[in-house]
Design a protein around this ligand. Sequence first.
Ligand SMILES: N[C@@H](CCC(=O)N[C@@H](CS)C(=O)NCC(=O)O)C(=O)O
Length: 224
Amino acid sequence: MSGLRIYGIARTRAFRALWVAEELGLAYEHLPIEIGEAGARSPEFLAINPNGRLPFIEDDGFVLFESLAITLYLAKKHSTGRLYPAALQDEAKAWQWSFWAIAEVDRGVNIWSLHAVRLPPAEQDAAKRDEALKVIAAPFRILDAAVAPHPYLLGNEFTVADLNVAAVISRAIDMDLSTVPNLKAWLTRCLDRPAARAALALKHKADIETSADVTRRIAQINRL
Ligand SMILES: N[C@@H](CCC(=O)N[C@@H](CS)C(=O)NCC(=O)O)C(=O)O
């Protein structure tokens, strides 16, 4: 099968791949498969991505997993010099911010969102939520300072560095961000882009259609 296929329901980290595909104006097929045995961990999909996790892509038969490897690959393939920085050191900064987002804030924002928004209120764990907020407080101050002097992480232009960090923390838009106003303004700016809005619409639809049972399973499977 030729062309780009993005696997993973938009509620998951597949959102990141969907956003970059929209940003690049790519024609793609979205296969909104679920997590777990009925989806990513079924034999059919384990044969493509043995991790059993979402997202993964097939690009003319080339298979790639890890959400931010996918965004970096697609941005570099289709938009070097624009969305993907052409200069060596700008490229390195895009990697820096991408690895930083995965290492410093990905898990914390996920835990917060499950225990502040997505799980039924009676099942939310306030201790987990508060601990998550503590873990992300320092990196959020770093990000706040990084976007204070210019509108985007690498300067005046939106790049894949912004897309990756904003996609990783997109659910933080529902947090009280009053102590990090530059971060809040930057995140709002990134998520207001037409491509982000298109991907967010898919994500919101998937969120609404996700049952409490599946949300419980997400928390359980991902140990959140
Ligand atoms: N670091 C990976 C994490 C992938 C991941 O954990 N995906 C979640 C959904 S957002 C998943 O598939 N969880 C279900 C499972 O592990 O079975 C990435 O960024 O792609």
